[in-house]
Design a protein around this ligand. Structure first.
Ligand SMILES: [Zn+2]
Length: 414
C-alpha cells in the first residue's frame, strides 16, 4: 500500500512546503480505533507516524493526514469518565463566564464537544451552551442527557444554522480538538465568522514545549495532527484577522495551555504573558532544529530503556499488565513493539473499550476487576497522567507486592 495520498506536503497553518521529519515512530494503526475481539484477525489500517516542523511558522505537525472519516465517526474517548475532567471543565466554564460578566446569558459554542461535558458546564454557569460534535454516538448521548449538541463537522452550514437559531457566539471554545483537525485554516475562518465582535475564542491544548521538555512523545498519534506552540498559533490567528490576548497554564494531560483569542483590534488588552511565552519559546530554541533532534534522540533511547526493563522482568518470569488504554497507550505499545507476550492484558473501566484490543498489537482490554482476580507482578501505567489516582486505587494489590511502572518521562518502577 502507498501512503503518498495521505502525505502532507505543505504546512497546515501557513502553506509553506514541509521538509523532512525529525522523528519517525514507524507505520502505526489508528490509536483510537480499537478492534473488537471478534475482529482480531481482520487487517487494520496503518499509516506512517512521523513529525515535522514548519520552517516558517514553526508549527510541529504530522507528515501524514489520515482522512477524518476513518477516525471520528465512532469515537471511544468519553470526557466525563474521570472526576479530574469533570472538575476541570466546571472550572473552565466558570473562567469563561467570569470573562463575560456584563452579558445576560452569553452564547457559548463548543467545537468537538465530545459527550457534552463542557457544554453542560456552560449551562450550569448561566450561559447558553451549544455543542458541535461529529461523532454520532457521542452527540446522541449528549442530546439524550439534555445537552444541546449538533451532530456535525464545524463547517459553514453548521455556522449558518447556529447564527440563524441563536445569533453570533459570545464565546467559542475548541479544546484538544483544535490540534486534531487537519483543515484548521477553515476552522479559524469559520470561528471568526461565528464570533460576535466583542466575543472571544478560547482553546486548550497540550503544549508543545511541555511535550519536548517532559518527553511526552506518546501524545503523538494520527488523530493529533498538530503540536501547538504559542509562536505558531499567533501566526495562524494573525493570518485570519485575530490575535492572542491571554494565556493561562493548566494541569490536564500534564501541561496544557488555555489561550484566549479575539478579533484583531478587539476591546481586550493583550496581557504581558503572551509576549513572555513568545520570548521563552525563542530562548528555548523552539524555532531551531536542534531541540527537535535532541527530543527524537531521547525518544529512541526511551524505547531501548523500556524494552530492556521489560525483557529483564520477563527473564525473571514476572507477569506484566497495563493500566489505562488511552490513545497514547497505542503509541507506546506500537512504537516499542509490545504484544500479549509481554503485556497479558490492559485494564480500562471505560465501558466503550470493553471487549476490544489495543490496535496493531492486539493486547486485550479488560475491566479493573480482572486485575483484582488475576493480579500481575507489575502494572505498567499507560494512563500515567492519572498515576496518582491509579496507584491509590490499587493500594490493596500493592500491599501484596504488586509493583507499578510509570513509563514517562522515563521508565521507573514504584
Ligand atoms: Zn507553517
Amino acid at each position: 500500500m502507498t501512503y503518498e495520498q495521505y502525505q502532507r506536503k505543505t504546512c497546515r497553518y501557513c502553506d509553506t512546503p514541509l521538509g523532512r521529519a525529525f522523528l519517525d515512530l514507524g507505520s502505526q494503526p489508528l490509536a483510537n480505533n480499537l478492534p473488537r475481539k471478534a475482529d482480531a484477525a481482520k487487517p487494520e489500517f496503518h499509516c506512517p507516524l512521523a513529525v515535522v516542523k514548519c520552517p516558517k511558522c514553526h508549527l510541529v505537525q504530522l507528515t501524514h493526514s489520515v482522512p477524518a472519516r476513518l477516525m471520528f465517526d465512532e469515537y471511544l474517548y468519553v470526557s466525563s469518565t474521570t472526576q479530574t475532567f469533570r472538575t476541570h471543565f466546571a472550572e473552565y466554564a466558570q473562567d469563561v463566564r467570569n470573562r463575560l460578566s456584563g452579558k445576560e446569558k452569553p452564547l457559548a459554542v463548543d467545537i468537538g464537544s465530545n459527550d457534552g461535558l463542557l457544554v453542560s458546564c456552560y449551562d450550569k454557569a448561566g450561559m447558553c451552551g451549544v455543542g458541535v460534535e461529529p461523532a454520532k454516538n457521542l452527540a446522541a448521548e449528549a442530546n439524550h442527557r439534555g445537552v444541546t449538541t449538533l451532530n456535525r463537522y464545524f463547517g459553514e452550514e453548521t455556522i449558518g444554522e447556529i447564527v440563524s437559531k441563536y445569533g453570533k457566539a459570545d464565546v467559542i471554545s475548541a479544546n484538544n480538538v483544535f490540534a486534531h483537525i487537519d483543515d484548521i485554516q477553515s476552522v479559524a475562518r469559520n470561528v471568526r465568522e461565528l464570533l460576535a465582535d466583542d466575543g472571544f475564542f478560547v482553546i486548550e491544548f497540550a503544549y508543545l514545549v511541555t511535550m519536548l521538555e517532559k518527553m511526552f512523545f506518546d501524545m503523538i498519534y494520527h488523530e493529533h495532527v498538530c503540536y501547538i506552540g504559542v509562536t505558531a498559533l499567533g501566526f495562524l490567528m494573525e493570518r485570519f484577522g485575530m490575535e492572542l490576548f491571554d494565556i493561562t497554564e493548566v494541569g490536564t494531560h500534564g501541561g496544557s495551555l488555555r489561550v484566549f483569542i479575539q478579533k484583531k483590534g478587539g476591546s481586550r488588552r493583550q496581557r504581558p504573558v503572551v509576549e513572555r511565552f513568545l520570548r521563552e519559546e525563542k530562548e528555548k530554541g523552539c524555532l531551531e532544529a536542534t531541540v527537535y533532534r535532541d527530543f527524537a534522540a531521547r525518544v529512541m533511547s526511551f524505547k531501548s530503556t523500556l524494552n530492556g526493563m521489560i525483557a529483564e522482568l520477563k527473564k525473571q518470569g514476572k507477569t506484566i499488565s497495563g493500566y489505562g488504554a488511552p490513545a497514547k497507550a497505542s503509541t507506546i505499545i506500537n512504537f516499542c513493539g509490545l504484544t500479549p507476550r509481554e503485556i497479558d492484558y490492559i485494564v480500562d473501566d471505560n465501558p466503550l473499550k470493553q471487549d476490544r484490543l489495543i490496535p496493531g498489537r492486539k493486547i486485550p482490554i479488560v475491566t479493573s476487576a480482572h486485575l483484582n482476580d488475576q493480579p500481575t507482578d507489575y502494572v505498567l501505567i499507560f494512563a500515567w497522567n492519572f498515576a496518582g489516582e491509579i496507584i491509590a486505587k490499587i493500594q490493596h494489590l500493592r500491599a501484596k507486592n504488586v509493583k507499578c511502572i510509570i513509563p514517562l518521562p522515563e521508565p521507573v518502577t514504584v
